[in-house]
Design a protein around this ligand. Structure first.
Ligand code: SF4
Ligand code: SF4
Length: 113
């Protein structure tokens, strides 16, 4: 996303080199902060168990659950027209999605670097 023409970078001496905190210098700037590196546990969605209720999508505080218009058929033959996946660039591993999933389709697994 292009930076706003109103954005004024901080002066380049001493403490002024620090980035500005608690402000939004231009719309959508949080897209640039890849917070996935904070994670120690990663949510893994079991597509066979998931019933596509969208609760994880609604509860994720980082909007890291993505709804894809992608069909999925379970081994038992149940068809869905959408699939939920995790965007690991932004998922911080808080576990809220796993806690809220009504069918326990999300497991938090150790992050392996
Ligand atoms: S672990 Fe937290 S940040 Fe990651 S997808 Fe689940 S709710 Fe979102
Ligand atoms: S909350 Fe669970 S069942 Fe619902 S969409 Fe998310 S993973 Fe699937």
């Amino acid at each position: 996303m292009a930076k706003s023409s109103r954005y004024v970078p901080p002066p380049s001496t001493g403490w002024r080199k620090l980035p500005i905190g608690a402000v939004i210098p231009w719309p959508g700037n949080s897209e640039e902060y890849k917070t996935g590196s904070w994670r120690t546990l990663r949510p893994v969605i079991d597509q066979e168990r998931c019933i596509r209720c969208a609760i994880c999508w609604m509860y994720c505080p980082d909007a890291a659950i993505i709804e894809l218009k992608q069909e999925y058929t379970t081994k038992a033959g149940r068809k869905y027209d959408k699939t939920y996946v995790v965007n690991y660039d932004y998922c911080k591993g808080c576990g809220i999605c796993a806690n809220e999933c009504p069918v326990k389709a999300i497991k938090m697994e150790p992050e392996v670097k």
